[in-house]
Design a protein around this ligand. Structure first.
Ligand code: AMP
Length: 219
């Protein structure tokens, strides 16, 4: 199964991808995480992406498409993947069509997480993740079961993203509406688009995404 999660920054794409990975053994392909890893490792891709990411802009299509093309060729993606944060432009969407077609991988669905834009800034400014395994948390919406201890791996150190601040979020939202929101029409026209209420509680959203994908019966 191949699935794209669409939605502005803070819509919950990463959270939903994590839940689907856990429940259905799918692979999460987050270009944002891959780029952050590249920045940390000081690779050529990381050097080119660093300043753009800090400013909340979009990394060039060539770089991001290259990163995804390499990752999708890995054996663990053969059963399918959840694309989280990719594609973000029409050029990236066309490139993904080609990549999937070449590998005989169908695109099953594109799920748009529909959210209230005004809530996104506070959602983003409250989020953090486990420094060891990357599991995502939020100051009010998703706190660890035991304070200060990661539910997933038991680690006790957490980190916040450098670009999760109010000023950068404005720029990221702008990029979303300018460059990424046209993908909603693109995938609607291809008959792939499913819309889910991204403001519902996290587990209800997961249920709705699963129902949209035909992974469970809608109740
Ligand atoms: P994310 O973790 O998805 O919020 O992405 C963090 C940042 O990485 C974005 O603000 C962009 O600077 C960059 N980025 C991630 N994915 C892409 C993409 N598909 N195209 C361009 N830039 C991206």
């Amino acid at each position: 199964m191949n699935l794209i999660l669409l939605g502005p920054p803070g819509a919950g794409k990463g959270t939903q991808a994590e839940a689907l990975v856990k429940k259905h053994g799918l692979v999460q392909l987050s270009t944002g995480s891959m780029l952050r890893e590249a920045v940390k490792a000081g690779t050529e891709v990381g050097r080119q992406a660093d300043a753009v990411m800090k400013a909340g802009g979009l990394v060039s299509d060539n770089i991001v498409i290259g990163v995804i093309a390499d990752r999708i060729a890995q054996p663990d993606c053969a059963r399918g993947a959840i694309f989280d944060g990719f594609p973000r432009t029409l050029a990236q969407a066309a490139a993904l069509d080609d990549l999937l077609a070449k590998r005989n991988m169908p695109l099953d669905a594109v799920v748009e997480l529909k959210v209230d834009d005004a809530a996104m800034v506070s959602r983003i400014s409250g989020r953090y993740s486990c420094a060891k395994c990357g599991a995502g948390y939020h100051d009010t919406n998703k706190i660890p079961k035991v304070a200060g201890v990661c539910d997933a791996c038991g680690a006790t150190t957490f980190s916040r993203r450098a670009d999760d601040n109010a000023e950068t979020v404005q720029k990221r939202l702008l990029e979303y509406y300018r460059e990424t929101s046209p993908l909603i029409g693109y995938y609607f026209a291809k008959g792939k688009l499913k819309r889910v209420d991204g403001m519902a509680p996290i587990n209800e959203i997961t249920n709705a995404v699963e129902a949209a994908l035909g992974l469970v019966e809608r109740v």
